[in-house]
Write a protein that binds this ligand. Sequence first.
Ligand code: UD1
Ligand code: CA
Length: 454
Amino acid sequence: MKITAILLAAGQGTRMKSSLPKVLHPVAGKPMIWHALQAIRQSTTETPVVVVGHGAGEVTQYLGDSAQTVLQEPQLGTGHAVMQAEALLKGKTDLVVVCYADMPLLRGDTLQKLVDTQKQNKGPISMLTVIADDPRGFGRIIRKDDGTVNAIVEEYVATPEQLQVKELNVGGYCFDANWLWDALHRIPQNPKKGEYYLTDAVELASAAGLPVHATVMDDVEETIGVNTRVHLSEVEAAMRRRINQAHMLNGVTMIDPASVYIEADVKIGRDTVMMPNTYLFGATEIGEGNVIGPNTIIRNSKVGNGCKVLSSDLEGAWLEDDVDMGPFARLRKGAHLGNHVHMGNFGEVKDSHLADGVKMGHFSYIGNAQIGSGTNIGAGTITCNYDGEKKHPTEIGEDVFIGSDTMLVAPLKIGAGARTGAGAVVTKNVPEDTLVVGMPARAIRKLERKPKKK
Ligand code: UD1
Ligand code: CA
């Protein structure tokens, strides 16, 4: 059986007050519409169709080949929106799942239940509803005596009696495709707003004696739609709780989940501890048995097993196992720290490999460098890698001892087992097992010591 989803995303999203199309606003680091597409995947068999309108160019560009798009111009309502997909889908799918692209919390399992309900339904429509005290402007569900749905009444036309109804239209439907295409053309134009409402398809079915089934959802949170940035923040918080819970159930410890911010794509191994005020962004992968934070931001980075990362900032970095970092260390793009590397406070590494066991305790900058295993980088060491025009490489062998405050003027090679004296300015290559020193301080004159004030 072929099952295709249509996502409605043509609306303007006026109340977001944004130049970014509503469905591209991120939730847990991914555009809202990404979440909707994730949810759809589980219960459908074909590439989804997204109805675009406002901001069509940007939305289409974002979607790439994850979906087909059809343009709705002008936007004449949700029924009219679905109609735009007819040419593409007629005769090509058995069931059509319709949902709104601004409901990022709707779960794949929920849509699966919806599709399963429709597979058993002799009528043409199954839909999702929720029972809630706060109606949030949703359409009210009017049931028949036999329990099937008679109609959906939008809030602004509902009678006082209908307004009391607690069962609400969530905005998720599964249709028998053959029935749907035909029915869409019979939806009347709404006299007040001039639009064609998808919700009126329910009345068409029930008037023809065809049963409409409703699945009542038990998690109200899933039904939150985003119309304003206040809703966006509610959805963000709910999504973050959901992501954190999934990690905890997979064996990740969180001392204070409310202060742990993990984006949707991040992977974390078991027995890793996320301390408070930690952020994992982008395509980050964290292995097992690490302690991350407190106060750490990791973006698009890979961390092996058994590492400690305290109060540090990592972007585009790779840590192997048992690395010990921070506090206040910074790794930039292309930083690669081998096993058992120690990197202490106020260091910065960019585009460099520190091989196994390198120690870099304090205040250093290492850029465009390869550093051999077991080497010690003294406090305040700088690779002077930039001459104002170009970046130059530095190569340091194994078991080198770089004295405190050494300036390594690149391009430069330092052989294995070499040593530099404190404060050396190294401008020429240093052979293996060689000691270099530079400009030691000389005594110039005797000083008079001032008497101490009382
Ligand atoms: C809709 C439902 C309402 C339901 C509520 C749940 C209708 C008529 N009403 O109301 O019963 O309780 O959602 O959130 O469907 N869109 C288009 N093209 C259009 C109009 C809308 O693509 O011409 C898209 C919007 O971008 C949005 C979705 O359809 O993603 C819903 O439209 P919206 O205007 O927000 O409907 P609601 O008034 O919220
Ligand atoms: Ca809405």
